[in-house]
Design a protein around this ligand. Sequence first.
Ligand code: IPE
Ligand code: IPE
Ligand code: MG
Ligand code: MG
Length: 371
Amino acid sequence: MIHRPQVNGLPETAPSRQNLPRFVKNLTLELDFNRTVPTLHTQTAPQLTMDLDAIHGLIAEDMAAVNEMIHERLRSNVSLINQLAFYIVNSGGKRMRPLLVLLCARALGYKGRDHISLSTIIEFIHTATLLHDDVVDASELRRGQETANAVWGNEASVLVGDFLYSRAFEMMVEVGNPRVMEIMAHTTNTIAEGEVMQLLNSRDADTTEEKYLEVIRCKTAKLFEAAARLGAVISRASPAVEQAMAHYGAHIGSAFQLIDDVLDYSASAEQMGKNLGDDLAEGRPTLPLIHAMRVGTPEQAALIRQAIEDGGRDNIEAVLEAIESTDALSYTARAAQREAARATRSLATVPPGPYRDALHALVEFSIKRDY
Ligand code: IPE
Ligand code: IPE
Ligand code: MG
Ligand code: MG
């Protein structure tokens, strides 16, 4: 169902990061998250050797070409597709996965143009998963503005997500490299499996850390892995280097999702551009909750178990207290640091230089980020 009349492809009331929807303000007013936020992010106020802007700066020309291609290839004769797809791609986004493709290709000496198409393809797939994910998670805020499902409804979001998926596959056929198709077919299949596994774990307080890690490897790390691997494949890297890049991508991806799950309990909506507590609202047993149940008092474990089984935000204050007193966010951040260290080690096979430095910096950003 289409909820709002559209003007120039954007909803009349599209909020910006500065003008967050009212429900966000209510949430932050009702709950004093600062009180329960562990020191993790305040202490590590990102002292990055190279911040995300600097990384983008290194590859700015390529990224401009990617953004141009994104806009070109979004087009459809169906106006709702244009409206909704432009709404989400113009809302920002860190472009992490295109960065991986571009930097890996450049670090390995690639001189052609396929890295632009592949970055676009990967960002389309990422965007499709976000459209679907926000429907499944009933999320209302992304990138500091209302989610597409909040503006246009679930049906439109799912269908435009399908459009982006299939447009990505059309573009892959144009690239005409069977290895690329093989990698992307397998990757998208694995992402879908990850999202379904996550659905099965929802409201299941007995979900183990191993099961959780398997979900994040599939739903998130696999696309990072594909991005880095493709950079190596088009550069005609040796099998050993391709494997090292794939490991790099997989581990930075797992680190990235672990921190996403930390931020879901610790960042403000203004920082993240997403509503905090979304995971709890859906009864998602992410690592902070799994750990807090494991080491907390029997009362804390019972409280979290109930919150997972019930879903909703009713008990979020008490859950945050349990998370804090069990140091569950630090535990999760340490798991992210271990993944990050593995990603960094995989870069040993890459020739030294500014692109390799940027790949290192991207690992650092992934674990120190607050958005
Ligand atoms: C969000 O990814 C989904 C996760 C895998 C956590 P990003 O944090 O990369 O989203 P954008 O593209 O920057 O908004
Ligand atoms: C990432 O998980 C989902 C995808 C891989 C699409 P989340 O559900 O945690 O992502 P956010 O927090 O909504 O961005
Ligand atoms: Mg989500
Ligand atoms: Mg999340």
